[in-house]
Design a protein around this ligand. Structure first.
Ligand SMILES: Cc1cc2nc3c(=O)[nH]c(=O)nc-3n(C[C@H](O)[C@H](O)[C@H](O)COP(=O)(O)OP(=O)(O)OC[C@H]3O[C@@H](n4cnc5c(N)ncnc54)[C@H](O)[C@@H]3O)c2cc1C
Length: 382
């Protein structure tokens, strides 16, 4: 068995994922887990049934990497293990199984029905040598199109489209949202976290968590989770408005009562800090949304605090996104994730047209599609 990787080392994005907490999967109950894949949830229910989060934990444990479930349900390797430890153990296992790894080898496309065109990009006498391989079967796992410096540049898309394989256009997923802040706001606030908030798009469901106000807009898990809804709202030409609830544990009435207490000589900032423990950035944020915020009556101020409107001008560029929406349409594949047009060619991971929020759903989705494609490939070879 042979593995060809265009970069000088394998698993670059896997290691990048490791920098941000290395959330391998999630301990969520399986039907809820599958629902995270949106339109593809029933497909993922099947894939997760074949290779589940428990299977992923057992696989890691078998490689000597114990995992634990964090308070949020996210699954991480125990602190003693760095992402590179898991990757090293994985590569050692592949070596034991007889897998030959060829780095700096780029797949250039197909040669006939099952042949692969490859280029050796290693420096030396063979540099640039192109050759054709005739494997019994192949799994393509070339990634999405974000963080191109890790190797996943999406350059495979035209190669497959040329054969008539439908590829849904790439779009950023799990990325920040742009808000046209005033210069004053950017200078005064810079990067500031807002904890324990809830966020929704237009009239959609709320997502709780922590966000970061940035010079370009907002980022953080709740924003990332809402990228599909933001993308849809932006595409429909309608307004894409994030409504920020700064006190999601208090009703409008409870807020109103707190804000109605005699204020004395307290400034607007002091009032918000003393009565609601809100961060010093909040008064500026409220004024950015409504310049007369400081003069609002308690009931109106309570309403604003529960739904600060942030008009989203766009999503951050694809290359900055944590993951990619779009990719090879499932209609192009049979039930074993094999290309209908190229029997013997299977596809796995972010190349496929699915998206899911952060929280371990991305790597688990890649492992589950990978395990399913591998099983299909073994059956095909038999
Ligand atoms: C900042 C960041 C943080 C993340 N954190 C998490 C997290 O905590 N939890 C989580 O679940 N997910 C996380 N992810 C997402 C996760 O890393 C990806 O979903 C996953 O790595 C995708 O795996 P893949 O195998 O489909 O593609 P990739 O990991 O992108 O691998 C594809 C490989 O194919 C190679 N390749 C591409 N084209 C060719 C070619 N023509 N020939 C040969 N080789 C080629 C590339 O060089 C690359 O090595 C994070 C991602 C980012 C960017």
């Amino acid at each position: 068995m042979q593995l060809f990787e265009a970069q000088a080392t394998v698993g670059r994005k896997f290691l990048v994922a490791g920098h941000g907490g290395f959330n391998l999967s999630n301990a969520e109950e399986l039907s809820r887990f599958a629902s995270r894949y949106g339109a593809e949830s029933s497909r993922f229910a099947q894939l997760l049934g074949h290779f589940s989060p428990l299977d992923l934990r057992a696989w890691a444990a078998d490689l000597g990497i114990e995992t634990f479930v964090g308070t949020s349900g996210r699954i991480f390797p125990v602190a003693a293990h760095k992402p590179a430890d898991l990757l090293r153990a994985w590569l050692r296992r592949l070596q034991t199984l007889g897998v030959e790894i060829h780095t700096r080898h780029r797949w250039l496309g197909f040669a006939g029905p099952t042949g692969l065109r490859l280029r050796d990009e290693n420096p030396g006498p063979d540099a640039g040598r192109e050759f054709v391989l005739e494997p019994a079967a192949t799994v393509l796992a070339l990634g999405g199109a974000s963080w191109a410096k890790t190797g996943s540049d999406g350059a495979w898309a035209p190669l497959l489209q040329a054969l008539g394989v439908p590829v849904t256009p790439f779009a950023p997923s799990n990325c920040g949202a742009e808000v046209n802040w005033s210069d004053f706001f950017i200078q005064k606030i810079g990067r500031t976290p807002l904890k324990n908030i809830a966020l929704r798009v237009n009239h959609g469901p709320e997502v709780r968590g922590e966000i970061m106000l940035t010079e370009y807009g907002v980022e953080g898990t709740p924003v990332y989770t809402l990228t599909p809804q933001l993308r849809a709202a932006l595409a429909s030409d309608g307004p894409a408005v994030l409504h920020l609830n700064l006190k999601p544990d208090l009703t409008a009435e409870a807020l109103r009562q707190k804000l109605s207490q005699p204020r004395g000589k307290a400034s607007f900032s002091d009032l918000l800090k003393k009565t609601l423990s809100l961060s010093p950035a909040v008064p500026t944020l409220l004024r950015e949304s409504y310049s007369e915020a400081a003069t609002l009556a308690p009931a109106a101020l309570a309403e604003l605090l529960r739904a600060v409107p942030l008009t989203v001008a766009g999503l951050r560029p694809l290359d900055e996104a944590i993951s990619t929406a779009g990719g090879i349409a499932f209609a192009a594949l049979d039930e074993h994730l094999m290309l209908r047009q190229q029997p013997g060619i299977f596809v796995a991971g972010e190349m496929l047209d699915w998206e899911a929020p952060t929280g371990g759903y991305l790597l688990q989705g890649c492992f589950s599609t990978g395990a399913w494609a591998a099983r299909g490939m073994l059956d095909f070879i038999k």
